[in-house]
Design a protein around this ligand. Structure first.
Ligand code: NDP
Ligand code: GDR
Length: 324
């Protein structure tokens, strides 16, 4: 898999290990700061040096691992960062997908290796003109609103193109936001739960955020990586939306997170910082996971209140342990 050091990489490595796989993870950089912790947390993973922008390194990784399944999770994945680094985002998040597909094809594995591409709800963005009032589905109109979303849309279409042109088994999971205790602190949910934990312990006095009105369809990462795996076990390659089918604003997430630590009057603790605003925003994301539920039998264990609760509880415990 690519993206082993990220949130989903960790959850997926655990799942694959449980299922009896030998797991290989691509790791970039000559001194990646996340290498030691990744190796410690997932000791059964064999790390292979490589970078999505370096085709030769991907060929080498395929040669070493000779994979039955490739999960392409690596990406520049932060939407705000992609506005500040659009060229890098195109290279990694867009063209990197082509590099992975070509490495599989040129290694002579087009007929045997199954590929998962991490597509995203950020490929939508405007209104859903196909299904007014309903959630976004696999056939909804795409309208990405960030360099990240545009790069992912290239990745999505080149993946479908390899499926159609070469008959490769390439499935795209169009995943809506999924979070949890391994989420990077640069994303809004984890930033909130870490800050709320620190505020409750007297270690921080406020949180600085961007807009509070955008709505997202939030689920738990552990549930979503199970869906990725199910896509590659299915008898044919296809596209599947994974989502909770509910949507909540950043403000609702904040309110629930503060309630978890017994704070009801939270507004004075939140300040707006223009640094966290984006040149273009996706107002509302809501997904329709019916196809994945029906065809794959995909189910979720964690709902929105459960997600906020598990993240806050985890961060309170973690912040306390840092005090010792
Ligand atoms: P993370 O941001 O947590 O992880 C991103 C991973 O990509 C890291 O392992 C990072 O490695 C790696 N990476 C970055 N640049 C490169 C590069 N040049 N070459 C190789 N690897 C690189 O993302 P998530 O785990 O949350 O998401 C996994 C995938 O799913 C991503 O593609 C994301 O865009 C997509 N996605 C995520 C959703 C979510 O809500 N989490 C929803 C929909 C799609 P390093 O440690 O070296 O930086
Ligand atoms: P998103 O997630 O852009 O949906 O992409 P993020 O958590 O970054 O933002 C969600 C919403 O919160 C608003 N927001 C802030 N966001 C961040 N990061 N920091 C803030 O301080 C802040 N204040 C308000 C944002 O503007 C936005 O509306 C995630 C990533 O995991 C992508 O890789 C993935 O494809 C999509 O989810 C689905």
């Amino acid at each position: 898999m690519t993206g082993i050091t990220g949130q989903d990489g960790g959850h997926l490595a655990e799942l694959l290990h449980r299922e009896g796989y030998r797991v290989f993870g691509l790791i970039r950089g000559q001194n990646n700061p996340r290498k030691a912790s990744t190796q410690q947390q997932y000791p059964y993973v064999t790390l292979i040096e490589g970078d999505l922008t370096d085709f030769a390194s991907l060929m080498r990784a395929i040669e070493i691992s000779s994979p039955d399944e490739v999960y392409n999770l690596g990406a520049v994945s932060h939407v705000g960062y992609s506005f500040r680094n659009p060229v890098l985002t195109a290279e990694v998040t867009g063209k990197g997908v082509l590099n992975v597909l070509e490495a599989v094809r040129m290694s002579g594995l087009a007929e045997t290796t199954r590929v998962y591409q991490a597509s995203t709800s950020e490929m939508f963005g405007g209104l859903d003109y196909n299904r007014p009032g309903a959630g976004y589905a696999e056939d909804s109109l795409f309208h990405p609103r960030s360099p990240y979303g545009v790069a992912k849309l290239y990745g999505h279409w080149i993946a479908k193109n390899y499926r159609e042109s070469y008959g490769m088994f390439v499935s795209c999971g169009i995943l809506f936001n999924h979070e949890g205790e391994r989420r990077g602190p640069e994303f809004v949910t984890r930033k909130i739960t870490q800050s709320v934990a620190r505020i409750s312990l007297g270690l921080q006095d406020h949180i600085e955020l961007g807009d509070l009105w955008p709505k997202r369809d939030w689920g738990y990462a552990g549930d979503y990586v199970r869906g990725m795996w199910q896509m590659l076990q299915h008898n044919e390659a296809d596209d599947f939306v994974l989502a909770s089918g509910t949507t909540h604003s950043v403000e609702e997430f904040l309110e629930r997170a503060f309630l978890e630590v017994g704070i009801t009057d939270w507004r004075p603790l939140v300040k707006q910082n223009p640094d966290f605003l984006r040149p273009a925003e996706v107002d509302v994301l809501l997904g329709d996971p019916s196809k994945a539920e029906t065809v794959l039998g995909w189910r979720r264990d964690v709902d929105f209140p459960g997600l906020v609760s598990l993240m806050v509880k985890h961060d309170v415990t973690e912040q306390k342990s840092l005090l010792l």
